[in-house]
Design a protein around this ligand. Structure first.
Ligand code: NAD
Length: 355
């Protein structure tokens, strides 16, 4: 399939291929949709096995950012970039500065940030060449505590729907992955009186939450079978699949991991039919993007304001549930409708000419 055919399929506006022989930079910047504003999305560094694989990934990820930013109520479109390379071997100051110059050349149509394989330190190099980068160590910093808080708020909206009360007191919650986000989520859950079960493939991570919060450890593979109220995937994507779905005994799936549904439509329909309330990942895990976007406010980043905004993920998840009920569609579809509705409504404003 040609590049233009791929762009047409997902509705992309612009794709920039960036090459710098001296630093070894091979990057692709994809701008999906700028109806709501400049395209914001992180820069992923990954040893892709082919250029085609990198292109498909950046097109998919940038489209996802359009939906996430729209649902989060941000005046931002969707974009993403990928650098083809091994983050353990190929990083250098000149590579990220070369990338920064290409970002600058787009004159603010695309705003970058850290992502898988890149760090806030790498973005410090990018910042030397462009203003269009957020998520710096000197500003909003690590987004994980805010992402976790957003998941906690979204989970409460789900509890209210399923049990008629948003209280976590005595609720059994299984957290899969207690890394950056999972750790902070466990803290919120324990503080709110939940009975928490935690699994991680690294024993020391589980030990940390067991020692600190007195939660119950669970073997990584048994977490799907646990009799619990909420399953919170905070590790990898594709954990809701043909093998795991029949094993789930929970009433709610609400966690931070991206792309939780192995096949969005098939498993999104199946989980709905099983009567499990699924909080769409890009809605409930939007705390991180709200946090970095706050850096663009006049006057700069304000942590209190960022927390207040992340808190509204409760209302956003509640709205997804309302749309799902009203339209008779699974929640993953309701979340898409919510994003598309906002883009369509606000997009119409552009017909009013501004001198
Ligand atoms: P992280 O790498 O710090 O934590 C992930 C944890 O999951 C690690 O401790 C890892 O050992 C564990 N893990 C991996 N495979 C596992 C398995 N099979 N079973 C149990 N545990 C397993 O990552 P993070 O920053 O905490 O992010 C967690 C998820 O949330 C990721 O999917 C990420 O894309 C998503 N997310 C994170 C943020 C953020 O602000 N960090 C924002 C949005 C989405």
């Amino acid at each position: 399939m040609s590049v233009f055919e791929l762009m047409e399929r997902r509705g992309h506006e612009q794709v920039a291929f960036c090459f710098d022989k001296a630093s070894g930079l091979k990057a692709i910047i994809a701008i999906h949709d700028t109806t709501l504003g400049p395209a914001l999305g992180g820069c992923r560094m990954w040893p892709y096995s082919s250029e085609e694989e990198a292109l498909i990934d950046v097109l998919r990820l940038s489209e996802g950012m359009t939906y996430k930013n729209a649902v989060m109520g941000l005046d931002l479109g969707g974009g993403k970039s990928v650098i083809i390379g091994d983050p353990r071997r190929d990083k250098s100051e000149e590579l990220f500065r070369a990338f920064g110059r290409f970002v600058q050349s787009l004159n603010g149509r695309y705003i970058t940030a850290e992502d898988v394989g890149t760090s806030v330190e790498d973005m410090g190099w990018v910042r030397l060449q462009t203003r269009h980068v957020v998520g710096l160590s000197t500003s909003s910093g690590d987004p994980s505590p805010l992402t976790a808080f957003g998941v906690f708020r979204g989970m409460k909206a789900c509890l209210r729907e399923v049990f008629g009360s948003e209280s976590l007191q005595g609720r059994r919650v299984a957290v899969q992955g207690v890394g950056h986000v999972g750790y902070h989520l466990v803290r919120h859950l324990v503080d709110a009186g939940a009975e928490v079960f935690a699994a991680d493939i690294f024993e020391e991570k589980v030990k940390r939450v067991v020692d600190e919060f007195k939660v119950t450890p669970v073997a990584p593979d048994s977490i799907y079978d646990l009799d619990c109220d909420v399953f919170a995937p905070c590790a990898l994507g594709a954990v809701i699949n043909d093998e795991t779905l029949p094993r789930l005994k929970c009433r709610i799936v609400a966690g931070s991991a991206n792309n939780q549904l192995a096949d969005k439509e098939r498993h999104g329909d199946a989980i709905h039919e099983r009567g499990i309330l699924y909080a769409p990942d890009f809605v409930i895990n939007g705390g991180g993007v709200i946090n970095v976007a706050d850096e663009m406010e006049p006057g700069g980043y304000n942590r209190e304001r960022a927390y207040a905004r992340v808190s509204t993920i409760y209302d956003k998840v509640a709205e997804v549930i309302n749309i799902s009920r009203r339209e008779g569609v699974p929640t993953y579809k309701a979340a898409d409708l919510m994003a598309e509705g906002r883009i369509a409504r606000l997009g119409r404003l552009k017909k009013i000419y501004l001198p």
